[in-house]
Every structure is written in C-alpha cells, then in structure tokens.
Design a protein. Sequence first.
Length: 441
Amino acid sequence: IGLYPMQRAFLKASKERLNAPLKKMFVENRVVDENGIDMKLLPSLPSTKDLKTLENCLHDELCIADPREGGGEFNMTTMMSENIVDLVENFCDLAKGATSGVPEEKMLHDQGTVTEELLHDMKVAAVMASLTSSLRNLPENSFVKPYRPAHTLQHEEAANMCQIALLPAIHEIESLVKNHLLNPLCRVLNQRIGKEISSMHRGMYMEGSSNDTSEGSFVQEYVAGVYDNIATNILSRLPEDYASMISSSLATFSIYCFVSNASLIRPLGESVRLKITQDLGDLELTLEQLMFKGGSSVALNQVNDGKPYAELRAVRQMLFWTGVENKKLSSEQIAKAFFREVWVKDVRPSTAFHFLLTFAPRLLSSPHHVNHMSAEEYVRLLVNLDGSVEDGESVSWMTTMKSCDAYQQRESIDGGVSEGDRRIPAILMIIGPELLRRRRQ
C-alpha cells in the first residue's frame, strides 16, 4: 500500500478546502409575495470579493506544491492542478444552474435592447471571464512571481506544468459560456442583421430609384444603425474576449449574408452595380468599426481565415465582369475565360451562380423563385446563423440545375423574344461542377 492512503487523504482535504468558498456562491434568491406564494428570482452572483477569496484559495493550495519545498518533485504540482480542474468543473455546474435559461426569441426587446434575463447572463459571463483570467495568471503568480528575480528553472518548469494542467479548466469555462450565452446571442443578433440586409430587395437597387449614390447608401441608412446598437447595448457590457468572439461571428455572417442577397438582385444595370460597390465599401468600414468597438485584436481580413473578407473584395471585381459581351464566343470559351478571372477563387460557387443569372433571360428564374420563397428565406439556406456556409453550396447548385431544367422546357415557347443571354444555362452547367470541386479542395 505504501504512502497511497496518505496521498489520498491529503488530496481529499485539499478538495474540501478548495470547494469551501463555493458554498457562498450562486445562492438562490427566493421571496414570498403578499399571498405567501414562493417566488423564485434569478440567483445572486459572486461578488468581486468572493472571486478574490477563491483566487487566494487557489493560490494557497498551489503554493503547497512549491518545488523548492518539495525537493524538485513535480508530481505535487500536477496533482494540485487536477484538484483545481475539479473545482472549476463544480464552479461551472453552479454557474450553469445560475443562468436565466431565457429562450432566444426573448433575449432582446423589439428595439434591440437587452432584457433583464440576458443582462443577468452577461453578468454570469463576466464572472466566468474573471475566473479564466485568474487561472491564466495563477501559475506565474504562484511559482515565479514571489521569487522574482531569484526564481529558479524549477519554478519556471512548475509554472509551465501547472499551466498545461489547467487548460481543461479554461476549456470547460469557454465551452459553458459559448454554449449558453455567446452562440445563442450570436444567432439572435445575426437573425436581426439578416432581416435588415434582406430589405435591399424592396426596391432599394431598382434602376432609377431614389436611393442613388448622392444620398445615403443602403448600408448607411438601414444597416449601420443596427451595428451601432449592438456595440452600445451588448458588446460594451461583455468582457473583451467574449465581445471579440461575438463581433467576429457577426462580421462573418454579415459579409456572407450581404453578398448572397446582393448577388440575387436582377436586373443588374450599371447604376445598380455602382450602388452595390459603394455599399460593399460601407459595409467593410462599418464592420471594421464593430470589430474595434468589440475590442478585437483580430482585423477584419483575418476573421475566419480571411475567407469572408476575400469574398467581399472579390465581389467588387466580379460585378464589372464583361465576359459575355462578345456574342461570338461559345459557352465553352466563356467558361474557360471565367475560370481565368483572379476573383473566381475567392467567391463561393453560389455567388458565382447567382451573378451569372443576372445576364440570363427572364424565363430563367432566380433560385428563390424556383423554390417559391422570398430572397430572405433562400439566403437562410445558404448562410447559417452561426456564419457557416458549406452546407448551402450544394443547395444552391441543386436549385440552379432545377432552374436551368425548367428554362429548357420553356425555351421552345420563348422564340428568342425575351432579353438576356441564352448561353447562360449552358455556361452554368459547365462551371458548376468544377466550382464545387474546387470548393471542396
């Protein structure tokens, strides 16, 4: 048996000391109304003093594993760190039970302001961010800082081992905050943004419309205010790390959603192209400001590996593509020239499909018309509320083929009367499989 019973007793006593401060945290609030009926309120949250007490407790326990006292044995450091991970798991269970559990549709008021329940959950996130910061600094503060400048390599090694051992605790906190606050909140905000962006189909880009470039652009008049509201009412109340995650998610979704909506606009005359180009620039500037207000250290062109930003810039070039102007070229020749364009690699296949449809005869229906849905509903199939887009590409291609098949049946009654390039269906059939193949790679 050896010293194992003594080790087990020591670790048990350590766990009891670590968990002692938790008894005073996340206490349920219950009050009784004038009729004697028990009313359950949102739990009280740990104060700054409570979190400091917990941090001191963690520090004291780790100091027991000081390699100078233990003769250079690092096993104690690992064991004490594992005890702290267990403590954090218990802390997360309490924090999860302290969240409001508010449904996504009730997180925000109609005006975009936060509800009491969401505000409570944001305070829970602030508590978790404070604990995360303490855990990140704990190894340095426990093993290195007290001995600086006379600390030894043993102290640095102990700090490194402790930092690695505490990573599961940090991941547990991040998982809790993402699943119960950040991800649901991002979906709610993206749904609101998507609704505003989809309003561009209400005549905002019609030829000769009053919304010309001399007045405010569509983004300035209808969309920018939504981001200002989000920055003021939500991002400013969250810790910087979490605000940065939300702003990055919103930026990814906004770019994909705007591009998908804009590519569906028909007809696409010269003035409409100029308006969309201006709006793309205004959207880029607005999202840069959102990232800055969110405290993000990541630039817009680095979000999601830079793919959304690359598409945003590529669409500006795509809008002025003139590959079908030469009526003597065959569909195969135009398809080959299309693949030689530098912007093709940065746009999603669905964006390219929709753009080519703007040159087609009117009998070749737009994808959302084929599916008998609004442009907003169709874009939701392409761009998920979490900003992911890969699933929507196959949907777009199937819908495009369906549209081309329907056109072939109608072409016989057209008689060449309707405006538009009759080579577009053939071009789409050539480039579609290749674009999807490149996307998968």
